[in-house]
Write a protein that binds this ligand. Structure first.
Ligand code: HEM
Length: 470
């Protein structure tokens, strides 16, 4: 009996593996036959695995450059089990993300959707997405962020003080700072009450983000899903405490979600709170890590940034103004802002994004079949020598002239572009102010390498030693 069930299980497994491996190819054949328009040039690599390893195991520029050289700016490939079309021109990115955005829906691996929660903003289009976006933007637009500068500054100062005199892993420490800022923007001053519990669960959850979705005890996915459940329970408690204290004015994302007249369910709120932490933390932390690296390697740029920041400090002291930074101060930092812009370009931490064609789409004489993924390659556009001469050179002065439309998209483009970009810029400028005026740092080790997956990062998270200037 046992043998029989083992046999039948093996047959079922073999059959499903065959379907699994070959279905994209069968579909591909049927799709090509359906329409006369040719598919873009390119290769699909091995069944199922496709060209995933070639893309993720090295500098994505190497993969993109070799493909573009062989096939041109639009080519097909096969990544993470899906047939894809990659596009690398500003015009094509505009077509997919802006002008014909309705033909392409956002798409993520199923495991990500289960962990963040199905109702999170990233996975939606149409009315529900527009409603969420309005609520998220309300909490992250400049008018709302103006009141948060002081609290962000205090988090930045605490972080820097705690690193002083130590050898630290920049990326790991920046992740703690950006996590705390994310919680502050979501829960306001209440953040401190929940920080440790939320941190404990979120840190387990994030370990499973890229795991195989196998939900049996012992797997990473299972542990993450358990932490996800606990996180949702903590959030439910926070929401009910908020409801009881409804008279208070919180001015944060949770208030924006809870105050909506049409109402979001507790589950919708939880999915989107977790989603915002996910979107806000590692992205901003990796950009900060790159800035530390580029400033450490470019002394003249570091001096210019330090002078700009010291001038702001002096001006405040001389005018007898409150010493604390305010929103207007952060608008007087053109050199530091250009360092941020250039870092976003060179590092291009999100090399590309994913969309899926909701119907057969024709672009420049090629067919993008319904169900195929389409990937606008931000990194490739940001590293194009025609658009940014000497693209590998770190040169913030290139942003003294505004880039041409659709050539610079570190925060994406169109109706899924980043609603948190103002917060990201604000927290980066605030911590850089204190970092450059009060501290110096040196990079430990001569390892200039870059690690990939999912973000491009300086090797080992950029170990540094930070010391006070005084
Ligand atoms: C430097 C740091 C950041 C970078 C480079 C970045 C980049 C991006 C990009 C490229 C997208 C669009 C993805 C796509 O079109 O598929 C995006 C979306 C998003 N980002 Fe950011 N982001 C950053 C920080 C933040 C922060 C601090 C928050 C929250 C406060 C945030 C919240 C979001 C959300 C909620 C979305 C989804 C929007 C939607 O689907 O409508 N991001 N981000």
């Amino acid at each position: 009996m046992e043998l029989l069930s083992l046999n039948s299980m093996f047959c079922m497994f073999a059959a499903s593996a065959l379907i699994f491996f070959f279905s994209p190819i069968i579909k591909l054949f049927l799709t090509s036959a359906r329409r006369k328009i040719p598919l873009p040039p390119g290769s699909l690599g091995w069944p199922y695995i496709g060209e995933t390893f070639q893309l993720y195991s090295q500098n994505p520029n190497v993969f993109f450059a070799s493909k573009i050289k062989r096939f041109g700016s639009i080519f097909k490939t096969h990544i993470l089990g899906c047939p894809c079309v990659m596009i690398s021109s500003p015009a094509a990115a505009k077509f997919v993300l802006l002008t014909k955005a309705h033909l392409f829906k956002p798409t993520f691996p199923a495991s990500k959707e289960r962990m963040l929660g199905k109702q999170a903003i990233f996975f939606h289009q149409g009315d529900y997405h527009a409603k969420l976006r309005k609520l998220v933007l309300r909490a992250f637009m400049p008018a709302a962020l103006k009141n948060k500068v002081e609290d962000i500054e205090s988090l930045a100062k605490d972080s820097l003080q705690s690193w002083e005199g130590r050898s630290i892993n920049t990326y790991q420490e920046m992740k703690t700072f950006t996590f705390n800022v994310a919680l502050l923007s979501i829960f306001g001053k209440d953040e401190i009450l929940y920080r440790e519990d939320l941190k404990r669960c979120y840190y387990i959850l994030e370990k499973g983000y890229n795991s195989m979705p196998i939900n049996i005890p012992g797997t990473l996915f299972h542990k993450s899903m358990k932490a996800r459940k606990e996180l949702a329970q903590i959030l439910a408690k926070i929401i009910s405490t908020r409801r009881e204290s409804k008279l208070e004015d919180h001015n944060d994302l949770l208030e924006s979600f809870m105050g909506d007249k049409e109402g979001l369910t507790d589950e919708q709120i939880a999915d989107n709170v977790i989603g915002v932490i996910f979107a806000a933390r590692d992205t901003t932390a990796s950009v900060l890590t790159w800035i530390m690296k580029y400033l450490g390697e470019n002394q003249s740029v570091l001096e210019a940034v330090t002078e700009e920041q010291e001038a702001i400090m002096r001006l405040k002291e001389e005018s007898g103004e409150d010493k604390a930074l305010n929103w207007e101060d952060t608008k007087k930092m053109p050199i530091t802002s250009r360092v941020l812009q250039e870092t976003l370009r060179v590092a291009s931490i999100l090399s590309f994004t994913f969309r899926e064609a909701v119907e057969d789409v024709e672009y420049e004489g090629y067919l993008i079949p319904k169900g195929w993924k389409i990937l606008p390659l931000f990194r490739n556009i940001h590293h194009s020598p025609e658009i940014f001469p000497e693209p590998e050179k770190f040169d913030p002065t290139r942003f003294e002239v505004a880039p041409k439309p659709n050539t610079y998209m570190p925060f994406g483009s169109g109706n899924h572009s980043c609603p948190g970009n103002e917060l990201a810029k604000l927290e980066i400028l605030v911590i850089l102010h204190h970092l450059t005026t009060k501290y110096r740092w040196s990079i430990v080790g001569a390892d200039n390498g870059i690690q990939y997956g999912p973000f491009a990062l300086p090797q080992n998270g950029l170990p540094i030693i930070l010391s006070s200037k005084e």
